[in-house]
Unconditional design. Structure first.
Length: 98
């Protein structure tokens, strides 16, 4: 399932995972109390940042399908064809799941 967005330079497009609907103790949370997700799946990766001194691009260390953790306030939220995405710079990704 491809997304119709092509990120530029070292940016990536992430589909956020669903927010937790229950606490660890099993209490159901209303939509207004749910924490914004900080995990997602990479759906598009830019070609990389151009490094003039090297004369080439350095590709981001991520690929489509990677599950990542990003900063709470990182990136820009966008809606495309009814689906929600985040556009992040590669540096905003804190970790990826193995």
């Amino acid at each position: 399932m491809g997304v119709n967005i092509r990120p530029l330079t070292d940016r990536i497009v992430v589909r956020p995972l669903d927010a937790e609907e229950k606490t660890a103790g099993g209490i159901l949370l209303p939509d207004t109390a749910q924490e914004k997700p900080m995990q997602g799946e990479v759906v598009a990766v830019g070609p990389g940042k151009f490094v003039e001194s090297r004369g080439d691009r350095v590709p981001p260390p991520l690929k489509n399908g990677d599950r990542v953790i990003y900063g709470k306030w990182a990136g820009t939220e966008v809606r495309v064809e009814g689906d929600e995405y985040k556009i992040l710079e590669a540096k905003d990704v804190l970790a990826k799941f193995e």
